[in-house]
Write a protein that binds this ligand. Structure first.
Ligand code: HEM
Length: 388
């Protein structure tokens, strides 16, 4: 990833206009940081600037709102994500991880993605939301559909046609996803339970309840954005350790280094590649004036290799200090699920390294990665191991 993201940055200069996509791109750490955190200059709410608001956007989540609405939504949903609430899930996360590993321990071989890193976050978030985790094949299908840049068969030369197809696929997927959650909401209205969906239905902001589209948008965000990224974090960690066997050895001997190693994985193989914002006024960046209303993409993955911020960025160093990576974004939109993702990765990797030795990627197969402009991670990661 280092070569790839450094080339992207050096070839484009610090800021460039993407003619085909009709958006701007920034790559350097300071610029990406400013884009993510200066919410007055850079808005997360595209609906006020895009000429034909996409019918696809139904309801608003924290991700696509600016203050004051963002503050209201975030204060409501963050109640379920307090450090205490997340820490209380540790025992259950460990139990799920053990159950998943029990199923493959006897084989001496597993696919890290299918057997561990996909099911774990899906089961956790399903239990939080109060939906049956047995529906996870369906959730996976929706997640795959939303990562629509996978549709390689569409001619990239015809960007208009491509964008149209992408929007259609995303709209269909969201329709299905929303229908699913509408049913859950109807059930919880009749019979509230101790789950996130019931809590969202009961929640009030200044005497006002969340609208149904807002709740649907948030549930969809958790189910898609939260899961796929956490799956990639665990998969990317194993990829990094496989490329750097000395790191794997060190972690076997010093599991206390796992949290620091996870931060380095987040920097080195960022699961979410970019954030997008709209300029709320004409803004000059490195001598280029970006007009009001234009979309600007900030490449988190490139910023995480900026040598001004990270000495020897090409080195994967699990003992790196002052690792202020931007993998979870920055500012008011800083990832709400970061403590949960970090906890799941810490527990999953800790138990994996404790129970299994000699974890090696199967060399007979090349690494197949997800082809997406938004996210990065392996599709499958077959490994062999020796259970202790
Ligand atoms: C926001 C990455 C896991 C829920 C974000 C943002 C990034 C990100 C970069 C900022 C987007 C922006 O500024 O426009 C990641 C990565 C994850 C992860 C790399 C895993 C390694 C999760 C999980 C959940 C979650 C597990 C929930 C279960 C959210 C929410 C937001 C968000 C709700 C929007 C916050 C806001 O706009 O105020 N995430 N995420 N994420 N993430 Fe995550």
């Amino acid at each position: 990833p280092y070569e790839c993201f450094t080339a992207l940055r050096t070839e484009s200069g610090p800021v460039s206009y993407n003619e085909r996509g009709k958006f701007w791109e920034v790559f350097e750490y300071d610029d990406v940081l400013a884009l993510a955190s200066d919410h007055e200059t850079f808005s997360s709410d595209g609906s006020q600037f895009v000429e034909h608001p996409d019918q696809m956007v139904k309801g608003q989540s924290v991700l696509t709102t600016d203050p004051p609405r963002h503050r209201q939504l975030r204060s409501l949903v963050s109640q379920a994500f307090t450090p205490r609430a997340i820490a209380s899930m540790a025992a259950r996360i460990a139990e799920i991880t053990h159950n998943l590993l029990d199923q493959v321990a006897w084989q001496g071989a597993m696919d890290i993605i299918a057997d561990l890193s996909y099911p774990l976050p899906v089961i956790v978030i399903s239990e939080m939301l109060g939906i049956p985790s047995e529906d996870r094949a369906q959730f996976k299908h929706w997640s795959d559909q939303m990562v629509v840049s996978e549709y390689e068969d569409l001619s990239r030369d015809n960007i208009e046609e491509y964008n149209k197809r992408v929007r259609t696929i995303m709209r269909q997927t969201l329709d299905e996803l929303y229908d699913y959650f509408r049913q859950v909401l109807a059930e919880r209205r009749l019979q509230p339970r101790h789950d996130l969906v019931s809590a969202l239905l009961a929640a009030q902001i200044e005497g006002e309840s969340l609208s149904e589209p807002d709740i649907l948008a948030f549930c969809a965000l958790l189910l898609i954005a939260g899961n796929i990224t956490t799956t990639n974090l665990i998969g990317n960690a194993l990829l990094c350790f496989d490329e750097h066997p000395e790191a794997m050895e060190q972690l076997h001997a010093r599991p206390d280094l796992i949290p620091q190693a996870i931060e380095e994985v987040l920097r080195y193989r960022s699961p979410a590649l970019l954030v997008g914002r709209y300029a709320t006024r004409p803004i000059e960046i490195h001598g280029q004036t970006i007009p009001r209303g234009q979309l600007i993409i900030g490449w988190l993955a490139c910023a995480n290799f900026d040598q001004v911020q990270f000495p020897q960025p090409e080195r994967f160093d699990i003992e790196r200090t002052l690792n202020r990576h931007l993998a979870f974004g920055h500012g008011i939109h800083f990832c709400l699920g970061a403590p949960l993702a970090r906890l799941e990765a810490k527990i999953a990797l800790g138990i994996l390294l404790e129970r299994f030795q000699h974890i090696r990627r199967e060399r007979t197969q090349s690494i197949e990665t997800i082809r997406s402009v938004f996210i990065m991670g392996p599709k499958h990661l077959p490994v062999t191991f020796r259970a202790r």
